[in-house]
Design a protein around this ligand. Structure first.
Ligand code: SF4
Length: 417
């Protein structure tokens, strides 16, 4: 801790984080956010979700493919066996094994989904991070995907970090937002990246009104494709057929029972493709256009119709203003352009600290700009915020405590009251 008591050094910050890891991202975040919600007079009736990619604390040089990771693990193992008393070598062997097994698991998961795993790579320093494209075309690097849920006052009520998946973490985000706000949201606004069966199913399970546009490949024709997307074909439940853009009726021509690589579907086709003048824009298949209908397609069609309604479009147009400035503030003002800590658990705590700082900023901004303006009110608000903030830091750092324990929940509640 620095001499003034308000300028902690890195060792103390690190010790504090290690001591309060489980509290920061969970109970403390929830307690603080409830206070911020009271301060901003906002709730969680309508929430918007978003995710981003943030580079991990690892170089994008020296990435390993599966074979290289295996070779390194074997070499490290051999060295460790030759010198069993050398703890450094034992540690290096364990780390190399972990790197190899992590990459192998990822490779098997991709292959199980019928995807190629030849280009998969891993960072030996940060195996939890996934090598993925960074924002703004900055190439590929080991990175994580933090996701958030924010309300209409841009207060973050749910946050999580996953190596790569923003869809799979949605149920966890909703559970956390319920702990903070006391109820599931009535309305959920998500961008096209969340257009997935799992998201629609989650919203139906919790009786949430979901507004989510279709992704580029499913909805509008993407720049690289000249073929009619599936959404150009109208399904009729009445006779279980599709009407194609040329007006032909596509009927059931096969069924696939599904396996672990590919879900079950029904296949539709039509003989009218032979000699159809739309064929060049519709299919490259010699047998004609084929459509696959999956179990979740019915719900997707319903959502697609909802999103066409002008009122739904108007409500959805609020999403960017609710959630996107959050990451801009974190990147631009809080410096979250790259994680400083290594390992998924540590990165989750680091992101939680960013969210806490951001939410405190929302409370302060609300005091300054939203509450009825009076010089007296503003000065009092600033003073209270200032002292609360530094009292908070001092308490967290346990400056004079030779045996620092975890911050008691009661103390935090007092501070946040
Ligand atoms: S190619 Fe077949 S499916 Fe496509 S528009 Fe023509 S008839 Fe319809």
């Amino acid at each position: 801790m620095g001499n003034s008591g308000i300028c902690p050094d890195h060792a103390n910050i690190g010790r504090f984080i290690a001591l309060h890891d489980d509290l920061i991202a969970g109970p403390f975040f929830e307690a603080l956010t409830r206070s911020v919600l009271r301060e901003t007079g906002s709730a969680g009736e309508c929430l918007a979700g978003d995710g981003t990619v943030v580079e991990a604390a690892a170089s994008h040089y020296g990435l390993l493919k599966v074979e290289a990771a295996q070779q390194k693990a074997e070499d490290a193992q051999r060295q460790a066996q030759d010198d069993p008393d050398d703890l450094d070598k034992q540690g290096r062997a364990e780390q190399a094994q972990r790197v190899h097994h992590t990459l192998e698991r990822r490779s098997q998961r991709r292959q199980a989904r019928g995807k190629s795993s030849g280009q998969l790579r891993i960072s030996p320093q940060e195996p939890d991070a996934l090598v993925q494209p960074l924002k703004r075309g900055r190439g590929m690097a080991p990175a994580y995907k933090p996701s958030i849920l924010a309300n209409e006052s841009r207060v973050v009520v749910g946050h999580v970090v996953d190596p790569s998946n923003e869809v799979a973490v949605l149920p966890g985000l909703l559970t956390q937002s319920r702990k903070v706000t006391g109820a599931m949201p009535g309305e959920l606004l998500l961008d096209a990246g969340y257009w997935a069966d799992a998201v629609i199913e989650t919203s139906l399970t919790h009786d949430i009104s979901l507004l989510c546009p279709e992704g580029r490949t499913g909805g509008k024709r993407s720049a690289g494709s000249r073929l009619y997307p599936k959404s150009d074909f109208c399904y009729s439940e009445f006779d279980d057929s599709y009407r194609c853009p040329a007006g032909a009726r596509m009927v059931v021509i096969g069924r696939w029972a599904g396996n672990e690589k590919s879900p079950a579907y029904t296949l539709y086709g039509t003989p009218a493709c032979n000699g159809c003048e739309h064929r060049a824009q519709c299919t490259r298949n010699k047998k004609g256009r084929r459509l696959k209908r999956y179990d979740g397609d019915e719900a997707k069609e319903a959502l697609r119709q909802v999103m066409c309604h002008p009122k739904a479009k108007r409500r959805f147009s609020r999403r960017p203003a609710m959630v996107e400035p959050v990451f801009s503030v974190m990147r631009g003002l809080q410096g979250l352009n790259r994680f400083r800590r290594k390992g998924l658990a540590a990165v989750r705590t680091e992101f939680a600290l960013h969210v806490l700082a951001y939410n405190l900023g929302r409370a302060l901004a609300c005091r300054l700009f939203v509450a009825p303006f009076s010089g007296h009110t503003v000065v009092l608000a600033l003073l209270k915020q200032y002292f609360a903030h530094h009292q908070f830091i001092a308490m967290m750092m346990n400056i004079n405590n030779p045996n620092p324990g975890k911050v008691a929940h009661a103390e935090l509640n007092l501070l946040l009251a």
